[in-house]
Design a binder for this molecule. Structure first.
Ligand code: CA
Length: 133
C-alpha cells in the first residue's frame, strides 16, 4: 500500500518537474529540494543499491543475505538504496565482506535513501535484521 502511494507521488513529482521546467524554467535547486530525482523502482523483496546518488548509474538487486557482493560492480560504489523487502526486517549494508566493519547503511522496510554521502561507496556485504548495527 505504502509503495503504491510513493510511486504515485513520484509520477506526480516527475510530471510536475517537466511542466515547471518547460513553462517557467524555475531554478533547478528549488525542484531538487522538494522532490527526489531518479527512478527508485526496486523489485519486491529486494534490497536495491545504485551506483550513483538519486537512484542513477545502475541498479543492483539483492535478495537474501550475501557475505560478499564483490562479484558485482556495485561493490564499494553504492550511493543510493531502497529496502523493498517484505519480511519487515531492516536491510543492512556492511563495509566489509562477511558483515564486517561498519553497518554503513540500515534501512527499515519500505525506506529509501537518495544519497549515502560519506556512508557510500563502501558496500561489501548485506544482510537483514530486526535492528541496525
Ligand atoms: Ca557511487
Amino acid at each position: 500500500m505504502r509503495g503504491k502511494i510513493l510511486r504515485k507521488a513520484a509520477v506526480r513529482c516527475l510530471t510536475g518537474v517537466f511542466v515547471i521546467a518547460a513553462a517557467t524554467a524555475v531554478a533547478p535547486t528549488q525542484v531538487a529540494s522538494a522532490h527526489e530525482a531518479g527512478d527508485f523502482s526496486c523489485s519486491s523483496g529486494a534490497l536495491c543499491l545504485w551506483i550513483d546518488a538519486h537512484y542513477t548509474g545502475g541498479r543492483y538487486s539483492f535478495f537474501g543475505t550475501n557475505s560478499s557482493i564483490h562479484a558485482w560492480d556495485i561493490a564499494d560504489e553504492d550511493s543510493a538504496s531502497r529496502n523493498n523487502g517484505t519480511s519487515g526486517l531492516r536491510a543492512r549494508v556492511w563495509q566489509h565482506v562477511n558483515y564486517g566493519g561498519d553497518n554503513t547503511v540500515c534501512l527499515t522496510m519500505g525506506a529509501r535513501l537518495a544519497h549515502h554521502f560519506a556512508a557510500g561507496d563502501q558496500a561489501s556485504s548485506n544482510d537483514w535484521s530486526s535492528s541496525c548495527g
